[in-house]
Ligand binder design. Structure first.
Ligand code: HEC
Length: 111
């Protein structure tokens, strides 16, 4: 009984660590987003092409609601959006992508 209890505690500790790591990754994603993307996408908006914003429904409608699609666009850029492939490494780009996907932005209704 004691052993079961102790392995249960181990399991819980491990689970805790996993979610801690995920939370940290998302924090890094948010920081990188603020440093690299906020100029154009503050609050999930798009100051250059407003209808290409980062709201969940918009991403879905544009086929951009998948990590690979977002990673591809961050790496290679598109139209008015610069390519970040030379400035950010793959892991950083993935963290930003996950941050974008995990967000539910309420857009400023300025357009
Ligand atoms: C100089 C302004 C600018 C910066 C900086 C910028 N973007 Fe963009 N972004 C755009 C423009 C313009 C588009 C629309 C591109 C198109 O589809 O024609 C866009 C589109 C997107 C889309 C697709 C939105 C949709 O609904 O189709 C995503 C996702 C995105 N950007 C994420 C990012 C991320 C993450 C960063 C930071 C690493 C970033 N952008 C930095 C201008 C920018």
């Amino acid at each position: 009984m004691k052993e079961i209890k102790s392995s249960l505690i181990h399991c819980l500790l491990l689970l805790n660590m996993v979610s801690y790591v995920e939370a940290k990754d998302n924090e890094t994603g948010e920081l990188l987003f603020r440093q690299n993307c906020n100029v154009c996408h503050r609050g999930g908006n798009n100051i250059i092409i407003p209808e290409k914003n980062l709201q969940k429904e918009t991403l879905k409608a544009n086929g951009m609601d998948k990590l690979e699609a977002i990673v591809y666009q961050i790496t290679n850029g598109k139209n008015g959006m610069p390519a970040f492939g030379g400035r950010l490494d793959e892991a950083e780009i993935e963290k930003i992508g996950n941050f974008v996907l995990s967000n539910s932005w309420e857009l400023e209704k300025s357009f």
